[in-house]
Write a protein that binds this ligand. Sequence first.
Ligand SMILES: Cc1cc2nc3c(=O)[nH]c(=O)nc-3n(C[C@H](O)[C@H](O)[C@H](O)COP(=O)(O)OP(=O)(O)OC[C@H]3O[C@@H](n4cnc5c(N)ncnc54)[C@H](O)[C@@H]3O)c2cc1C
Length: 392
Amino acid sequence: MDFELDAGQYAWLTEVREFLSENVTPELRAELSEHDLEFPNGEVARFRRKIGAKGWFGLNWPREYGGLGLGAVHQHLLMSEFEYAGVPGPDLTVTSVAPMIMRHGTEQNKTEWLPQIAKGEMICAVGYSEAEAGTDLASLRTRATRDGEHWVINGSKIWNSGAQRATHEWLCVRTDPTGVRHRGISVIIVPIDSPGISIRPLYAWSGYRTNEIHFDDVRVPVTNLIGEINRGWTYITGALDLERGALTNAGDLRRAVDELRDLARSPRRDGSVPADDAGLRRRLAQAEADVEVATLMGYEASSILDSGVIPTVEVSVEKIFTSELRQRIANLALDLLGPDGLLAHRSESAPLAGKFERLYRVAPLMRFGGGTNEVLRDVIAQRGHGMPSYGR
Ligand SMILES: Cc1cc2nc3c(=O)[nH]c(=O)nc-3n(C[C@H](O)[C@H](O)[C@H](O)COP(=O)(O)OP(=O)(O)OC[C@H]3O[C@@H](n4cnc5c(N)ncnc54)[C@H](O)[C@@H]3O)c2cc1C
């Protein structure tokens, strides 16, 4: 494939960069450094409304669904620039939930949910994992039972990231407990403020907040079922492929390497200069090359998406590569910064307010978020190389 962007894509990059330079204000940065990815009613909410007003949440959707009719490469470029700037852009609601509604949803699903997502007004938490169903997701037990014109939902999900700021849950439930496990699963959209839902915070080592969420006789209209009953496995696996693609953008890695290049020239507290160390220089150069590879992988996966195919194998390769690269860059940063690199995130005397100390704690998450790298290696072996599946 041709990895060179065309004139229209370069013009798009310029437009996105201009938007960011005008709208990423010191006030927005201050709020983000205080609240991370929380979305209180302040600068971040205002920033999201501006993105919605430009139509950028649905930029690569067809116009009939409220989109701008641009491509997946455009979306990828926008997300890379937002990541480089360190500000929140389109989330999983836009990048993996909406495309599945577009591909598989009923007409009512599309008219009810897509316009709200395009405006940034509907934010979904993604409810797959349960205490006994992680990698083996098909063993999930949260049940939805039909009662007249409603689904009645009972059960619980764990690691439900973003539930505290979501408006809805993209919920994966069992609707047929009798047949083949994968064929008895459906996806239902559940308003997060429905009676019977309770949310409890769960903090990861990085300080990142995720949640337990419990459903106790939660009732939603039958029309909230996505697509067809018991076909949820197809929608979930498609959404997970798109999630991997979206999670593996290299914009933040580009930024990290740019910052480390500057820090390498600055004397540490003991007067030594990291760039004088040939080993560190070599690792920095390797990181530079690896970020370039990750960037090109992102172009490749989004180009395949533009051709109408979901690139399962390519995004698995990309997700493994970028998540392991993120860890290598975090390790390099701590070695390069010396003892100052261990100063806690948000500590005033830490380089870049402890950004890399935090990255070191956040990096492991990406190695299992959206499916573990071990399992993705199996996906590459089986679907990419035609190897037999596990256990046969
Ligand atoms: C901070 C955080 C945020 C998360 N956010 C969400 C979210 O928003 N929504 C959501 O639904 N989930 C979320 N998750 C859950 C995440 O997707 C799961 O943790 C992940 O899928 C792994 O499942 P598990 O934790 O049950 O581990 P397990 O499935 O028990 O796996 C444990 C280990 O065994 C390995 N393993 C398991 N089966 C195989 C196999 N067949 N072959 C080879 N190795 C195998 C795994 O690779 C892993 O190393 C989040 C998790 C965390 C920690």
